[in-house]
Design a protein around this ligand. Structure first.
Ligand code: ADP
Ligand code: MG
Length: 462
């Protein structure tokens, strides 16, 4: 695996190994074997089961060289990212739009009340009943509904009807369960459910996460989402948001900015290194050229990147010869959750990976193949986390909080469930900033968007 990783770091492409030499010793405590590189060179690999790095001893030095090179690429990306953020504050219509949210300033932590929240994500719809108790405390009951592919692509009316149905079902179930609680404090009226619900605030999930994180953890300065998509928000002095200077808002007051940073490097593709697989993901997507940063990072795409590598190996007759592979050849058939499972497989024989391939794709795999798949997942997941670190570092450097330190509240399945995602972000921050990078820590902002919208709704209550 490590050699594959070496080559990748050197070329910033995932090189195609031939898995012809499948020679993992049966019963060996260590995975080992050989891969034939494109150049024709054969490399032995050897994976220690309990080592995070999985470095073969012979190449440690060169690996360190590659890492240094990588770190400088990360710093260059961070710098370009920061400039892009600044541009977005200056002028309307920039690639990274830096949207003014009109959410003014931080919550105090003492906000109180009961609120309903509906969170429409790229994969899930969540309906929550949030009780803010003050002192940074909250309680939350939620129901999660998975959106179907049709719902994501059909006309909006049907989707909103579905939201209303879910909201209605949730409220009814809550009324049955806990009548007293729901009755107190709300007038519930969106009209369509026949229930008295009043729409108070409409908020972006990332802005919500920023506000919710701060409510719970006063050191918070940045909020991030790593789910189907990825995004960040932070608090900016109004005077620095040059593009809205004409509104004559108090320059010293603060306003949350929804960066929509997933758009970084869109169209031009001048800052982020992309592999040919990334280019296929982009060109076959419904928005080619757009969301360039997000396409390297978020849950919607990571599984697809891995799938494209496998498909290429299938096409070239290297993998799964003689097996039916049509299930795997379906675009987006390989969920990012599989990468999480593959990386966290605790068994020597990688039985979890056996399960994924047999159960979902009816494909048999060898141990050497599974080790390669896991290595691939690790590369894709690590790259996503390290690029995320570049985005966070850009905001940290923009607001100048590196020495003082801060916390970054993060939510979304990728952040919450992908093994080591947070640690890899932290490593990335150290790679960019050196030891001072440790001043920036991320934490899970639980149900950030729901809690955040409740907090923001408090401000807008009559
Ligand atoms: P939403 O984006 O709708 O708010 P989530 O935050 O749950 O929803 O993110 C959904 C995305 O996370 C999907 O792209 C899915 O593939 C991915 N995902 C779901 N479970 C996991 C997991 N265990 N590990 C990594 N990614 C996951
Ligand atoms: Mg979400």
């Amino acid at each position: 695996m490590a050699h594959i990783e070496d080559r990748t770091i050197e070329n910033t492409t995932i090189n195609r190994p031939s898995l012809g030499g499948r020679s993992s010793k049966p019963g060996s405590r260590r995975g080992s074997g050989s891969v034939v590189l494109k150049s024709g060179q054969t490399l032995a690999y050897h994976t220690r089961t309990n080592d995070e790095d999985d470095l073969p001893h012979a190449t440690k030095k060169t690996m360190a060289d590659y890492l240094r090179k990588y770190e400088s690429i990360m710093r260059i990306i961070t710098e370009a990212f920061k400039e892009t953020l600044e541009k977005g504050l200056k002028e309307h219509g920039q690639v990274v739009p830096m949207i003014p949210t009109y959410v003014f300033g931080w919550p105090t932590g003492n906000e109180q009340g009961d609120f309903l929240a509906v969170d429409l994500g790229g994969t899930n719809l969540r309906v929550c009943l949030v009780t803010l108790n003050g002192s940074g405390q909250f309680e939350l009951t939620q129901a999660k509904y998975r959106l179907t592919e049709e719902q994501k692509h059909e006309d909006g009316q049907k989707l909103f009807d579905f939201c209303a149905d879910c909201l209605g079902m949730f409220v009814k179930s809550q009324l049955e369960e806990d009548f007293g609680k729901l009755k107190s404090g709300q007038e519930l009226a969106l009209g369509f459910t026949g229930l008295p619900i009043k729409l108070t605030a409409l908020i972006n999930d990332t802005t919500g996460t920023l506000i919710a994180s701060r409510y719970v953890k006063p050191e918070t300065k940045i909020g991030c989402i790593f789910g189907t998509g990825c995004n960040a928000a932070y608090m900016e002095k109004i005077g620095n948001i040059e593009k809205i200077n004409n509104l004559n808002l108090p320059a010293d007051q603060e306003m949350a900015i929804n960066c929509e940073w997933g758009a970084f490097d869109s169209f031009e593709h001048e800052h982020l290194p992309r592999t040919k697989y990334d280019i296929i993901v982009d060109e076959t997507s419904n928005k080619p050229g757009e969301q360039a940063f997000e396409k390297l990072i978020s849950g919607r795409y990571l599984g697809e990147i891995l799938r494209l590598v496998l498909c290429e190996l299938i096409d070239e007759g290297v993998l799964f010869l003689g097996q039916e592979t049509y299930k795997l050849e379906n675009p987006y058939a390989f969920d990012t959750a599989f990468l999480s499972l593959m990386e966290s497989d605790p068994t020597e024989e990688l039985l979890m990976i056996v399960g994924i391939f047999t159960y979902f794709f009816a494909i048999e795999t060898t141990l050497a193949e599974r080790q390669f798949f896991r290595a691939l997942a690790r590369l894709i997941g690590t790259r996503a986390a390290r690029l995320s670190a570049c985005g966070i570092a850009a905001i940290v450097s923009k607001i100048g909080c590196l020495d003082e330190g801060c916390s970054v509240g993060a939510d979304g399945s990728l952040y919450n469930k992908y093994p080591n995602f947070a640690d890899r972000i932290h490593e990335g921050l150290v790679a960019i900033f050196g030891e001072r990078g440790k001043n920036i820590q991320t934490h899970h902002a639980e149900d950030g968007s729901g809690v955040g919208s409740a907090i923001i709704a408090v401000t807008f209550q009559p």
